[in-house]
Write a protein that binds this ligand. Structure first.
Ligand code: MN
Ligand code: MN
Length: 295
């Protein structure tokens, strides 16, 4: 069957596999959040893709959407559990993938729970299967390890220039979309020692243009920034540190958000204090009798 952008997906897939290997080696020696994120983003470009979104370096109870700022001084500590989430995009077709790492073997079982949940989920993917059955695999696997899946974080369908294209793959037994051949999905189980729920934090470094916005912005400074964003990133997420002109940047970003021109993606934190969260993620194309796994 004809799959929209297949050639681009396959090229992005080759690149994402290389970045995955590069990233897994990198976190073993580099501890600066900023250097890890920037090095992976640079490597992505060097290999011929674009970062589909800013590299997320989310540590311990921060489950997702933490991306370093310019001059970020944070370092991974020996007791930390790190999630590295990155994307490779070719002509708008994106691979979304993540891995977890800790220098401390104490987190090994939690990391394995997310990885095994992903493997078990992949083993049931094929055309005709319900997203509910996939969520059930994830939930059952993570609970067997003695943890909770994060129920308000989901996998998702992907389309051209659209990372979250509307269909969810839940991490619990829920939902009812029937997978169709040729659909592209990211599956991303999160295993938690906490409540199994995340809330928005205050820290926010990731934004994207709201495609529904009418771009009618009054302040010249904000208008100028919005034009730059539309030109450079279209509707894809970007990091504040990617913007060249940093003068009064956050005032303009907040202004644009208030007017509905931008969406913000604040860090997502486990509801329970001092919890640890692990993540595994891959992107796949649904096939008649299985899945083409792209990372
Ligand atoms: Mn994802
Ligand atoms: Mn991801």
């Amino acid at each position: 069957m004809e799959i929209d952008g297949l050639e681009h997906y396959l090229k992005a897939s080759e690149i994402a596999k290389k970045i995955m290997k590069y990233g897994r080696e990198l976190v073993r020696k580099e501890t600066s959040y900023l250097k890890i994120a920037q090095s992976i983003e640079e490597e992505t470009k060097k290999l011929g893709a674009k970062p589909a979104f800013p590299v997320n370096i989310s540590v311990n109870g921060n489950a997702a959407h933490d991306s370093p700022e310019l001059n970020d001084a944070r370092q991974v500590k020996p007791t930390d559990l790190v999630k590295v989430d990155f994307g490779a995009m070719i002509e708008g077709f994106c691979i979304d993938t993540a891995f977890s790492y800790s220098p401390n073997s104490e987190h090994a079982k939690l990391i394995e729970a997310a990885e095994m949940a992903l493997q078990n989920a992949l083993s049931v993917v094929k055309a005709g299967v319900s997203t509910k059955a996939i969520g059930k695999e994830i939930e059952t696997t993570i609970k067997q390890y003695g943890y909770l899946p994060v129920e308000n974080l989901c996998g998702h369908s992907l389309e051209e220039y659209n990372l979250h294209a509307g269909i969810e793959i839940p991490n619990v037994e829920r939902g009812g979309h029937i997978l169709k051949e040729g659909e592209v999905f990211a599956i991303e189980p999160f295993a938690s020692t906490g409540a199994g729920r995340v809330n928005d934090g205050d820290y926010c470094q990731i934004w994207s243009l709201n495609p529904q916005s009418n771009m009618n912005v009054r302040l010249p400074k904000s208008r100028e920034l919005l034009a730059t964003i539309a030109e450079d990133y279209m509707t894809m997420p970007f990091a504040a540190r990617w913007i060249k002109n940093q003068s009064m940047l956050f005032l303009s970003l907040r202004d644009l958000e208030k007017q509905g021109a931008l969406e913000s993606y604040p860090v997502l934190k486990e509801a329970k204090k001092d919890a640890f969260v692990s993540q595994a993620e891959t992107t796949l194309i649904v096939e008649e009798n299985g899945a083409k796994i792209l990372v």
